[in-house]
Design a protein around this ligand. Structure first.
Ligand code: PHE
Length: 359
């Protein structure tokens, strides 16, 4: 076993990692369980090819920590967890389906100690395959075995949070006359770009997949931006909706926006990058708050609400949470990340103070 992997596990402050080697495909499954203070760890399943095994594990660990904050920020009784299926090579067809079913069996064997749903590289189809072997998938209506995509709910939460950020910065949440750059036109970025354009914003679109850029640019009347030009392009809002770590010491000095508000998980490379943005007077809306619409919708689905309009109205709450955090930050002089962190710590501490109900 890769030494890096073992040292990562030893050094991690989360609860632990469940791992499994999937011999038929050569994939590694990592289920990182960060914290269960509020409830069973729950988080998405990411499936991709990583440069090295340790990168996949590191991703799972960082993302599961983000899930702890995401649930706590929403006040939902789940803990932080995340799974990564680190593929040895791209998979399709039956090999892919079989891996997902074996993964489902593994999650089932944990008996509810980990609950999952879609993430980068997995969508409703993949989740239906996992759910065929497992009762712990969010977004699945097990009565009918229909599988829901969290993307539009996450996008709606980003839309609401982004408007709260506009209000805080410009004194108005109007989209008219605002220029917004959406980076990544996948399950969240594409619906977000559509609703921003429908709301009157000028939308700039970017993606590594040029065909997607071309079709979405045409659909929303947006201007395409080359991937390497994203950071230096002037705009009111930069919305990172693809991979993480795009806010780092290399990109932050080049940013030409007033606000960063997007759906990607782990947008900051390191904790110091929030301060770096704050010093540049760029309002950074903490990722785990603004991208929590999917998680919020999933938890209401689990409680039996499957109505799209009603779920969308509930996700409006993401806008309220963002507005509160930005107000707290403005009042205290903290960065929005520091303000969000204090809110999360308060919620976790309140819970820890209460005696746990006996099973
Ligand atoms: N992966 C998405 C997220 O990070 C949706 C999701 C939320 C999946 C909660 C599972 C659990 O928000």
């Amino acid at each position: 076993m890769d030494n890096d992997v073992l040292s990562l596990i030893e050094a991690w402050d989360g609860n632990g990692v469940v791992m499994r080697f999937d011999r038929p495909t050569g994939a590694w499954i990592f289920i990182a369980l960060h914290d269960d203070t509020l409830g069973a760890p729950a988080g998405g399943t990411r499936m991709k090819v990583y440069p090295a095994l340790a990168d996949g594990l590191r991703d799972a660990m960082r993302l599961s920590e983000g899930m702890t904050y995401k649930w706590a920020g929403l006040g939902i009784a789940q803990g932080g967890g995340k799974a990564v299926l680190a593929l040895a090579r791209p998979l399709d067809g039956e090999a892919r389906a079989a891996l997902l079913r074996r993964y489902g069996t593994l999650v089932e064997s944990l008996g509810g100690a980990f609950v999952t749903g879609a993430d980068l590289g997995t969508g409703p189809d993949e989740m239906a395959m996992v759910a065929s072997a497992c009762r712990h998938v969010l977004g699945i209506d097990y009565r009918t075995m229909t599988s829901t995509d969290p993307g539009p709910y996450t996008a709606h939460g980003v839309f609401c949070g982004l408007r709260a950020a506009l209000e805080q910065t410009f004194g108005s949440d109007a989209l008219d006359g605002r220029t917004i750059l959406v980076q990544g036109l996948g399950g969240v970025g594409a619906p977000l770009a559509r609703s921003l354009a429908a709301g009157g914003a000028t939308v700039l679109v970017s993606d590594v997949d040029q065909a997607r850029v071309a079709s979405l640019a045409q659909e929303v009347g947006g201007r395409p931006v080359a991937p390497e030009s994203v950071y230096a392009t002037g705009c009111d809002v930069y919305a990172p909706c693809a991979v993480g770590a795009t806010l780092n010491p290399q990109t932050i000095p080049r940013l030409a926006c007033r606000i960063v508000a997007g759906s990607a998980n782990n947008q900051l490379l390191g904790a110091g990058d929030a301060e770096r943005l704050h010093r540049r007077d760029i309002l950074y809306v903490p990722d785990y708050v603004i991208n929590s619409g999917g998680a919020m919708a999933f938890s209401h689905m689990r409680d039996g609400d499957w109505d799209r309009d009603s779920l969308m109205r509930r996700v409006d709450g993401v806008g309220t949470a963002v507005a509160e955090i930005l107000r707290d930050a403005a009042a205290s002089g903290d960065s929005p990340l520091a303000a969000a962190q204090k809110r999360v710590e308060r919620i976790l501490a309140e819970h820890q103070a209460k005696p746990k109900p006996s099973a």
